[in-house]
Design a binder for this molecule. Structure first.
Ligand code: BG6
Length: 473
């Protein structure tokens, strides 16, 4: 199988790169913008400060010029919800204007925008009013915001994503405002899943009604789960992880069905997660045009008995190997490390073959075209005499793209590839210590420095890849 004849990347393949609003824009309170749940976390740890980040709000023209030079066919941006609706309810024309300017600049440079509607940054006002995604009121508020995006930008934008990684935000509640006091985390997870699935469906239906030519899909983060050994109990644990973390939410979003094992697991713990039939019908009525998925690493799952203690996963914030806290979900699975793989300094295990496996598994189950909307290596980069020699990033991206081409050759339809990230940005968990970009941004977490942009070695490498349409890989 390794020696199959390689198929070329499709002629209209979207060679892209991605960012998200709160991680690059800065200007967190400018031109009428309201606070997002991300802004409210400012200074809660040394790495998190959204006030300036990469200053893209003020430098977007220069940044788009760099995208053009890189040769991007497409750029994935997210629209900041509180820039458009500072209090969640009232439209801010200056916020609307900013994204017109940014999208126009992209189009002027022949770069196709891919717009993420929600990337972890809902208005803090909605979190304060009713606990955000834990409450059904979020559905109408999100629909209002999404409808504005469709009516304002729909004649310029052909590709939309609904909610970024709805499956991961439930795994890490602190990413999106946290679990309200007194609420059980599993109850919260189920409810957020449900509210996001309903919102996703309404937004997809609205998009198709208003913009029949546009394509829209949900987005998940997929760390495929390998069994720790061929002990059938470990194999079961890996299936549990895949079903609970990826297939349950994605079955709901794409097929309008709930996995019976997951229903049963919660029912035995006193939580009835069955949706009403009219809710399932609504969800099933929304037909996604593609599945967007973010892939960084794979996971390992091992048997975890009912009697083990529950442990929630914890990111490695130290940037030194060996600090990630693996989860333990009694009766389901426990995380473990993979002895066959190298890992980043933040313990993200590097697994290029996993992207091919993920493509195969997702296409086999859903038969929808795929887009890889994030993939990349977070690393300590060093600027020396205006240069960044990030050969490790080139190696990571190259191997993943080679495996992606194998997935395409296997017959999986892949529409595009968006490495994370176009430029250095505030990493969700680790600020500017941990960089992902093709473009270096001269700042640290504590010093804004010049904010000047520098092209890394990976910039020139990816430029070649795009120019050769993947043949230089
Ligand atoms: C993805 C998120 O899950 O992971 C991004 O969509 C994030 O927002 C990326 O930046 C990498 O994670 P981190 O914590 O290294 O920034």
């Amino acid at each position: 199988m390794d020696h199959i004849t390689l198929k070329p990347f499709p002629a209209d393949f979207l060679w892209g790169a991605a960012t998200a609003a709160y991680q690059v824009e800065g200007a967190y309170l400018e031109d009428g913008k309201g606070l997002s749940v991300q802004d409210s976390k400012n200074h809660s740890n040394a790495f998190h400060d959204t006030s300036v980040t990469s200053d893209h709000y003020h430098r977007y023209q220069q940044d788009v010029a760099l995208m053009k030079e890189l040769g991007l066919k497409s750029y994935r941006l997210s629209i900041s919800w509180p820039r458009l609706y500072p209090d969640g309810k009232t439209l801010n024309p200056q916020g609307v204007a900013f994204y017109h300017q940014l999208i126009d600049e992209l189009l002027k440079n022949q770069i196709t925008p891919l717009v993420t509607l929600y990337h972890f940054d809902h208005p803090q006002a909605l979190q304060d009013a009713y606990a955000g995604w834990y409450n059904e009121q979020m559905i109408d508020d999100f629909l209002r915001f999404a409808t504005t995006c469709f009516t304002e930008y729909g004649h310029k934008v052909s590709y939309f994503m609904t909610i970024c990684e709805s499956n991961n935000v439930v795994l890490y509640p602190d990413l999106i405002g946290g679990v309200p006091t007194g609420i059980d985390v599993e109850r919260w997870r189920f409810q957020v899943n449900r509210v996001m699935a309903l919102a996703n469906a309404k937004v997809i239906n609205c998009c198709h009604r208003l913009l029949p030519q546009a394509k829209i899909g949900p987005c998940i983060g997929y760390a495929i789960a390998y069994p720790a050994t061929c002990d059938p109990n470990d194999v079961m644990a890996a299936l549990n992880e895949d079903e609970f973390r990826t297939f349950y939410p994605l079955d709901l979003l794409c097929l309008g069905r709930q996995n019976p094992t997951v229903i049963n697991y919660f029912s035995e713990r006193g939580l009835d997660i069955r949706l009403a039939q009219d809710e399932l019908d609504l969800i099933a009525s929304a037909k996604a045009d593609f599945i967007a998925f973010n892939y960084y690493q794979s996971d390992v799952a091992k048997y975890c008995s009912q009697h083990q203690i529950q442990t929630q996963p914890k990111f490695n914030l130290a940037g030194q190997k060996g600090r990630y806290v693996y989860p333990q979900f009694p009766g389901l699975y426990a995380g473990a490390s993979n002895p066959y793989l190298e890992r980043s300094d933040w313990d993200w295990e590097i697994d290029p073959v996993g992207i091919r496996l993920a493509c195969r598994k997702l296409y086999d189950r859903y038969q929808l075209p795929l887009m890889i909307t994030e993939n990349g290596l977070g690393a300590y980069d060093e600027l020396v005499d205006g240069q960044v020699a990030d050969d490790y990033r080139i190696d990571y991206l190259k191997k993943h793209l080679q495996q992606l081409q194998l997935a395409i050759s296997d017959g999986v339809p892949v529409m595009g590839y968006y490495p994370w990230s176009f430029m250095d940005l505030m990493s969700t968990s680790n600020g500017y210590n941990k960089r992902y970009g093709f473009v270096y941004v001269d700042r640290t977490d504590t010093d804004l420095k010049t904010l000047q942009r520098y092209k890394k070695a990976s910039f020139y490498w990816y430029q070649q890849v795009i120019q050769s349409h993947g043949q230089s890989l």
